[in-house]
Design a protein around this ligand. Sequence first.
Ligand code: UFG
Length: 330
Amino acid sequence: MKLLVVGGAGYIGSHMVKMLAQSDHDVIVLDNLSTGFRQSVKYGKLVVGDLADIHLLENLFTEHHFDGVMHFAANSLVGESMILPSKYYRNNVSNTLNLLDVMVRHNIKHFIFSSTAATFGEPEYSPMNELHPQNPINPYGASKLMVEHLLKDYATAYGLNSVCLRYFNACGADPEGEIGELHDPETHLIPLILQAASGRRKSITVFGRDYATADGTCIRDYIHINDLCSAHALALDFIQSGKGKGALAYNLGNGQGFSVQQVIDAVVKVVAADGFSLKIENGERRAGDPAVLVADATQAKTLLGWKPRYPDLETIIQHAWNWEKKQSIP
Ligand code: UFG
């Protein structure tokens, strides 16, 4: 199949492109390289361009007949979205509309969308299933929810079949070590702890130890990047085979929460095997962090047939550590 992966030079997109290419799909990557990296595109053909460029989109869809589109290109920093909402609504919503409209014009019916646990806002219960109310508390989450809503209307009006996958905490790296997590700036917990271990940063700061959790630190549901990607491949099969129709949405996580302290403890254990250690500091709470975010991914498992292959936290950290060593230790 010929597939377009928008944002395929980013962390999640690049792992997806590798998985699709290894399953013999013909992949075109569209990425403006604003947060992605050219060197992350090891498979498929990279077209450097922006979703704001309607002419480029029109030409791309005229040149290629895509069987489906996966869309990973978005701005995704919660804090930044509070300060620069226009950037988030323009890129995450308006530019996504450009993509959907060119798909409609070219009669492409299959779309997989990167959504987020941030569409839910403050958890009302845990683990969170798809029935949990969606009341985002920041423009990032709101921008993703807007796309979820408009996909419902595009399904009804244009027959566009889509699956929104709501990620909890994506992490880890390609088990083969070829690609991994690259962000600039890096804000995510696991790569930051690993950088503190490798010496790329001097310490890791725990954002708050006074949450209503067993050890006082926030609990998150960490999901291996390849498990996230395998769910996308299954979601595409699901709508392409005709088993799934309309605008669908599933939560993706392991269903098991780990506290910031538990993640640090697991990293300490993994890096100690290589003779590394790290410095831990305590800081204030980060604005907008709920105490607990854990997914109920039963629907993805039962309907898509998804089965996480790397649910073990130490395995996730080991893969991320293998990648971090490659980046930082000659
Ligand atoms: N944390 C620290 N110190 C750090 C960085 C993070 O203690 O230096 C803590 C955070 O406070 C949080 C946990 O580690 O409790 C995880 O933080 P991340 O920044 O790695 O991930 P988030 O849970 O904040 O964010 C993820 C995605 C977002 C998405 C959000 C959904 O990265 O895109 O889940 O709520 F919006």
